[in-house]
Design a protein around this ligand. Sequence first.
Ligand code: ADP
Ligand code: 5GP
Length: 194
Amino acid sequence: MTQDKSKGNIVVIVAPSGSGKSTLIKRLRQEIPSLKESVSHTTRPIRPGEVDGVNYFYIAKDEFEQKVESDDFLEWAKVHGNYYGTSKQFVDNEIANGHSILFDLDVQGSDSFRNYFGEKAKIIFIQPPSIEELEKRLMARDTESLEVIQIRLENARREITRKDDYDYCVVNNDLETAYQDLLSVVLTILGGEA
Ligand code: ADP
Ligand code: 5GP
């Protein structure tokens, strides 16, 4: 990429599936509308309540592979058996305009961002209270099959070992406390901008 990397802030949220990341991000975006959220492309099926172009751009595997070939992604990864990628064009445009962007990435994506943006990428890990609680939340959310939930839990065990590798860690036990902690971290990253 060729854009000026000094403008805007890069806020990355990384968390095991079911830890409450989407719930927290939704509220954060209502409170800080100036923080733009990157909408990734994915090959995973759309969930009830999700909207194409809002939560993700839902595309077929061959279309995703074409985008990889065309170098359309800043980073992409296979996560829980599906592909996810961050649009280079979106990031280029927003950063060139000096906007701050919020990214919701898996650990592979956050590692790519660290390599690309260096310390400019501020990475926040959302930690679930325990694997048992994570399982309860995924079961209660009821958006994935039992098989997919088991894959997500296996991956969570591995992802949690990375919790100290990031700039900030927010434990999502009590939702309100976690939200206030996250808000405080994000306001610190944005400085006077928000
Ligand atoms: P993620 O985006 O990380 O996969 P979600 O935001 O979808 O996770 O949260 C998973 C489920 O857990 C949802 O049903 C959500 O309402 C619930 N949840 C989120 N945070 C909490 C919390 N602190 N306590 C109890 N349930 C929570
Ligand atoms: P979900 O299917 O629950 O929406 O997301 C599964 C995982 O994919 C989450 O950890 C989420 O952060 C991650 N993810 C979403 N978009 C991207 C992306 O563009 N790149 C990468 N590397 N991970 C992503």
